[in-house]
Design a binder for this molecule. Structure first.
Ligand code: LLP
Length: 413
């Protein structure tokens, strides 16, 4: 009998009767795992005296946000939409930092009116604009996002910390700007510095390299200049290959790699902005096999979910662990499949060579590690309906439609 230790339930329990069957595709969130992950991140952060801002772009689901808010995390937002979403979900303006290489003037105006905690300014023109409109009674602090010029070994689409990337301002520009502001006795000075090298980083030496690069930059700043904080971004990766064996990312290792470079007496305020590492493993995407096509050299499975609901494989060639939902015995025959989505794009494919127990049309399969950058990156393309969401809490399953309407009240087993 197939037993999934992750949820501590037999998946077949989700199909108690045909009538009760949950319609696929749906995102399945394990709220207990989310709790444990948040707790461990918080414990590590307290140990190393680091403050955490959740990168809300990773998952904007209100039930996930509610949980994150309860643990006391702040928010890293990259649009006024994300800021407003955070506020609607109970976060306070003083908990919100606003980054983004393309903030519009209107977004900046609104963020200043809302008195959010900080804006991470990413260009000299943006600095000029902010200083020209900065209201006298505003409490929002302005920090600079600076390029650390560190390249990681992750997919090039999710690297952000190099001199040829569009994010932030160069170290030379930043030092010159500060020199100029000091000479002019400017009342608005950067309150801190923000860096972010990229995402899905599993090698801690990149965070050490980032830290060294940041310290090197600090040496180039005028000695009379002091600042409040350093924010080293997000980027801690998760285990996509074998999620069941690493459900909680190594928060302690991440912080241990960074903190010694920033001694408490000189750097009392250090921030990190995890997104994926907090929510990635708590979500799965459940889908049904629609059709199986026997091609000459491969079996192509068409699922009822695809790039609309999980864009990562199509966009970055990302590979998610995929397993069967139905029970299978030791003697079950395995087959190799190409798993494709229903969209009229050849790139709508989760990948080739997935080895699974022999599938038939109507079978359900589980796509793992879909808590981050799946629901939040969902596409409306071809007008496919958004999947419902199911939340597992203890032994209860609560199901909500994509319109957040609760349609199933506590099914326990
Ligand atoms: N801070 C900044 C400034 C960021 O741009 C990001 C992510 C984060 C924090 C959070 O990074 P994380 O801890 O989640 O790695 N859609 C891609 C990932 C894009 C990440 C964008 N920025 C994916 O699915 O892999």
């Amino acid at each position: 009998m197939y037993f999934n230790k992750w949820f501590n339930i037999e998946f077949s329990d989700l199909f108690l009767s045909k009538k009760d069957q949950m319609e696929t595709p749906y995102y399945l969130y394990d709220m207990n795992l989310l709790d444990t992950t948040l707790e461990q991140a918080q414990v590590a952060a307290e140990l190393y005296n680091i403050k955490l801002l959740y990168a809300i772009k990773a998952n904007t689901n209100p039930y996930i946000l509610e949980r994150i808010r309860k643990y006391g995390f702040g928010i890293d937002a990259v649009s006024i939409g994300e800021i407003k979403l955070a506020l609607t979900n109970g976060f306070q303006p003083y908990q919100i930092a606003f980054a983004g290489s393309g903030k519009t003037k209107r977004e900046i105006d609104e963020a200043l009116q809302l008195n959010i905690a900080t804006i991470h300014c990413e260009s000299l023109s943006e600095w000029e604009y902010i200083s020209s409109v900065y209201p006298t009674e505003c409490t929002t602090k302005i920090a600079l996002r600076v390029i650390p010029n560190v390249y990681t070994n992750t997919h090039q689409h999710i690297q952000t910390g190099g001199n040829n990337h569009k994010f932030g301002i160069s170290t030379e520009e930043a030092s010159r700007l500060i020199q100029k502001l000091i000479e002019r006795n400017s009342t608005l000075l950067p309150c801190g510095f923000h860096f972010h090298v990229g995402s899905q980083i599993t090698r801690m030496d990149y965070f050490e390299e980032l830290s060294r690069s940041v310290l090197y930059f600090f040496q180039t700043l005028p000695s009379s200049f002091s600042f409040d904080y350093v924010n080293l971004g997000g980027g801690l990766g998760i285990n996509y290959d074998d999620p069941d064996n690493e459900m909680i990312p190594n928060f302690t290792g991440w912080m241990r790699a960074i903190r010694p470079y920033f001694p408490q007496d000189r750097f009392p305020h250090v921030y990190l902005e995890p997104g994926r590492s907090l929510v990635g493993q708590c979500g799965k995407l459940i889908t049904e096999v629609q059709y199986i096509k026997n091609r000459q050299d491969e079996k192509i499975v068409i699922l009822d979910t695809g790039m609309n609901d999980l864009m990562r494989p199509a966009l970055y060639g990302a590979r998610h662990h995929i397993s069967p939902m139905q029970p299978h015995s030791e003697t079950t025959q395995f087959q190799t499949y190409t798993l494709s989505g229903p969209s009229c794009e050849s790139t709508d494919c989760f990948g080739k060579n997935y080895s699974l127990p022999e599938l038939k049309e109507g079978d359900h399969i589980v796509i793992h590690s879909c808590g981050a950058y799946a629901e939040s990156m969902r596409l409306n393309y071809t007008q496919r309906l958004a999947p419902s969401c199911v939340y597992k809490e203890g032994n209860n399953l609560n199901m909500y439609t994509s319109q957040r309407k609760k349609i199933k009240v506590e099914q326990s087993f």
